[in-house]
Design a protein. Structure first.
Length: 221
């Protein structure tokens, strides 16, 4: 197994934010929105941790008329892009940008019947505080749905994934993808983390050639 190489927790460089924004994540974003709503619509607001450029919160708002989606991120550069996309897609007021670190949320306990996150965990040196905060703000009986990259077994697998999914991307975007794969956690590592929340290993699984997904119901405080 490749050693983990952490990357910066916050994408605060405008160049990196723009490079990420230029990448086409439409297919994986749409799949994420579909999968996290597959168990039913939440009866209340949604929290997206590490919302980045806001495209997933926008998709969720478009699929959940009347619901508010909080787009939480620690990067001013990424949230500036989110504000632009929110305005352009006509969902201002229903998608609410929130500059906050996932490890120190200001929201009250049990505020959200659905807490989601896509590609946040690999940015964190220690994801446990963020996972505990996500659990805290989820409503009793609410769902937590997290998805992120999984660290490859070896250099050959990493190179194959980069070739398969970023061969035509600009050099900076390709480098960001490579760095993210190196910074990612394995399924086993994520299972160990969610066990601290009382969640079984079956709640974490590989769901693509490069992604794991954690889907769990909050059954205890």
């Amino acid at each position: 197994m490749l050693d983990r190489v952490p990357e910066p927790e916050v994408m605060d460089e405008a160049e990196d934010a723009l490079a990420y924004d230029a990448m086409d994540h439409s297919v994986v974003n749409a799949a994420f929105a579909t999968d996290c709503l597959a168990h039913g619509e939440p009866r209340g607001p949604v929290l997206d941790l590490g919302a980045g450029n806001g495209l997933i919160p926008i998709l969720l708002a478009e699929r959940l008329p009347g619901r508010v989606v909080v787009a939480a991120d620690a990067s001013p550069a990424m949230l500036a892009l989110a504000v632009k996309h929110i305005r352009n897609r006509g969902v201002a007021g229903r998608v609410r940008p929130d500059l906050v670190r996932a490890q120190r949320l200001w929201h009250h306990d049990g505020s959200f019947p659905l807490v989601v996150s896509n590609s946040l965990i690999h940015h964190l040196a220690d994801p446990l505080p963020a996972l505990h905060e996500a659990w805290r703000v989820a409503s009793p009986g609410g769902r937590l749905f997290f998805r992120d990259l999984a660290r490859p077994e070896d250099e050959s697998t990493l190179a194959d994934l980069v070739k398969r999914h970023a061969a035509d991307a600009p050099p900076r975007a390709r480098a960001l993808f490579t760095d993210s794969l190196r910074a990612a956690f394995t399924v086993g590592e994520v299972r160990d983390m969610v066990a601290r929340l009382g969640c079984g290993p079956e709640t974490v699984s590989m769901t693509s050639d490069r992604h794991w997904t954690w889907s769990a119901i909050k059954t205890r405080p």
